[in-house]
Design a protein around this ligand. Sequence first.
Ligand code: TDO
Length: 183
Amino acid sequence: MKIIESPIKGVFEIYPKKWQDNRGYFFESYRADILQESGIDEEWLQENQSFSKKGIVRGLHFQNNPFSQAKLVRVLSGTVLDVAVDLRKGSETFGKAFVKELNSEEANMLYIPAGFAHGFSVLEDAVFSYKCSNYFNKESEGGILWNDPELNIDWGVDSPVLSEKDQYWPTLKEFKEKSGGGL
Ligand SMILES: Cc1cn([C@H]2C[C@H](O)[C@@H](COP(=O)(O)OP(=O)(O)O[C@H]3O[C@@H](C)C(=O)[C@@H](O)[C@H]3O)O2)c(=O)[nH]c1=O
């Protein structure tokens, strides 16, 4: 398992070692001890799975404190463009996005600490799976508009399809003002 810190401090790319043979493949999809060596030490309380068709965008989502969630995300099938936006108050990379393709071939994952907005676009029909360090709490749901002009994220899909609520999140600027500088 190879773990690489992204240009945004605290966000890690994780590449499991995949063993291929004539039967198929094997890989360790989670190793608490190896993640701990990189400082990733979470108690994972919830695991989620979603399926999305090509062209869908989900995000950008977070939960407000004290229900903020770190996430360990990957795809079980298909390909997504995964996006983590730093909303940590006082962070030197506040408002910066880390964008990474996740696909089932590489089985690569992202660790996203608490204090980030998260979303993904679907490049090929995808089953998406992720662990969360906190339980779902509907009242504390928050978001940033996926096509925020300041973030200017290239989602890699034409005319994306979004849920109703994902069309109306505040912009990054509005979030910053309302939250007093971040999460
Ligand atoms: C996220 C979540 C949703 N739900 C319910 C609420 C709703 O009726 C239904 C669908 O929820 P959503 O539309 O919010 O699902 P979705 O848009 O897939 O939300 C997810 O998006 C990605 C990008 C994330 O990072 C996740 O944390 C989560 O916010 O599932 C739960 O019961 N538990 C959960 O943990």
